[in-house]
Design a protein around this ligand. Structure first.
Ligand SMILES: [Zn+2]
Length: 465
């Protein structure tokens, strides 16, 4: 598979690891509120990427962290008078429910920052010992940007722009987790506790405090995936400063390259504007379903645009998505014969090759969907023989798996086809006449067609597998 690597600014072939896993780290949610659809666009595209790599035989292993200690989680848990843990667990559960509705797979590991404070302290100690970080009089620790000459490579931050300013002993210079490029200065790895943090502090060699936001990703990537990972991804807004800071921390602490590939998902605009609370265009999944659109429609609308381009989201996108999903469902029903079809065993694409090629060429989801609909509109299904239909079904199912669009393969009030009824009756007769070998043979034949028989004392029923 090929992807555009933000670090090299080139489209590159992803190198497979011989026999191993393809390790990926996705920056996960800060659990203090509902994730909005812009957040979900990133998680959905990362989900599609993981699925494509799975189908393409890369054996992906994914870490997506949960940020449950930072400026915002502490502020809002205190405002609500609940413990940080109770507060963040509630929002993590809501996040998982939304992911499940949107068919976003769980990552292989989902570590929480507050449960990995020891690992973060250990990494900060290595940075201090190596001369890459320093403690201030108030008991905070800062990363020394001037000690890492490669700082800024990912976001093309020209070196002259950097005011690699050291923090004064008051430690007030730069304690915020998020800041913009005009105010680049040494950033906090450890923040000395303040009255507004309440009970939310941990002991450390520098006194009571809590980790800065950036260090959690470096520490948890190392713990679960090792010093060098294959691919790191997040929203484009994380490129600076968060991802620059992760690279600086990890490469200085580990002495190795942090990530081979960097993939950034571009912004979602709503009605042509950046999402914001003040504009009232900050939609959540619940807002979309309240308008009568299914999570699947939202998923379709959010993945239908290129990952590395801005997507302008409007109600029209949802209308179009609804029509598209219905069309896919209709096609699926037309080519389904109820047989349980194995995915992922396609060595030679016969029908949807163009669509799959688009996915493995820089995850071009719009080109993939274009290829799918061109074929759906043209293919004379009636003229295909059984083998061809099976292949068509397998390829289509595999593509739908990559896109994470599960189509309804089971109809609740499904009509049992005549040939199935006949086979089931023949099996019953064979069993009654104690011809068990023949009864078993027919049972397997029925299973091959995707049907199961259940016997009771006097009769039998047939159901879809
Ligand atoms: Zn991160």
């Amino acid at each position: 598979m090929k992807l555009f690597n933000t670090l090299s600014e080139k489209k590159e072939e992803l190198q497979r690891n011989s026999g191993g896993r393809f390790t990926m780290y996705f920056c996960g949610p800060t659990v203090y509120n509902y994730a909005h659809i812009g957040n979900f666009r990133t998680y959905l595209l990362q989900d599609v990427l993981t699925r494509i790599l799975e189908v393409d035989g890369y054996n992906p292993c994914v870490v997506r962290n949960i940020t449950d200690v930072d400026d915002k989680t502490i502020r809002d848990s205190m405002k609500n008078n609940v413990s940080l843990k109770t507060f963040t667990e509630k929002w993590a559960t809501i996040f998982h429910e939304d992911c499940s509705a949107l068919n976003v797979k769980l990552p292989t590991f989902e570590p929480k920052a507050a449960e990995h404070v020891d690992e973060q302290i250990a990494m900060i100690e290595v940075l201090v010992d190596g001369g890459f970080a320093y403690a201030t009089a108030d008991g905070s620790v800062y990363f020394k940007i001037s000690a890492f000459p490669a700082y800024g490579a990912l976001s093309n931050l020209a070196h002259r722009e950097l005011q690699t300013q050291e923090v004064d002993s008051s430690g007030k210079k730069n304690l915020a987790d998020e800041y913009d490029r005009e105010s680049v200065s040494d950033f906090a790895l450890w923040k000395a506790t303040k009255p507004e943090d309440g009970e939310n502090f941990w002991p450390s060699p520098w006194g009571n405090g809590r980790p800065g936001w950036h260090i959690e990703c470096s520490a948890m990537a190392k713990k679960y995936l090792g010093d060098t990972i294959d691919l790191h991804s997040g929203g484009v807004d994380l490129k600076f400063p968060h991802h620059e800071n992760e690279i600086a921390q990890s490469e200085c602490a580990n002495g190795k390259k942090f990530s081979k590939y960097w993939v950034h998902m571009n912004h979602l605009l709503v009605d042509g504007a950046k999402m914001s609370k003040s504009l009232g265009n900050l939609y959540t999944l619940a807002d979309i379903t309240a308008m009568g659109y299914s999570p699947q429609c939202l998923r379709y609308a959010l993945i239908a645009g290129r990952y590395n381009q801005q997507l302008n989201f409007t109600i029209n996108n949802l209308v179009a998505a609804k029509n598209a999903v219905e069309k896919l469902q209709n096609f699926f029903e037309k080519i389904s014969d109820g047989s349980g079809v194995q995915k992922f065993e396609i060595s030679d694409w016969k029908f949807f090759g163009e669509a799959f090629e688009a996915l493995i060429d820089d995850m071009n989801t719009p080109a993939c969907l274009g290829g799918i609909f061109r074929l759906i509109n043209d293919i004379p299904i009636e003229e295909l023989n059984g083998q061809q239909r099976l292949e068509l079904h397998r390829e289509f199912s595999t593509l739908m798996y990559c896109l994470g669009l599960p189509l309804n393969d089971k109809n609740e009030n499904v009509e049992i086809p005549e040939n199935i009824k006949r086979l089931a009756a023949e099996r019953w007769v064979a069993k009654q006449s104690k011809n068990f070998a023949e009864a078993d043979r027919i049972r397997l034949e029925l299973l091959d067609h995707g049907w199961n028989v259940n016997d009771s004392k006097d009769t039998y029923t047939v159901e879809r597998v």
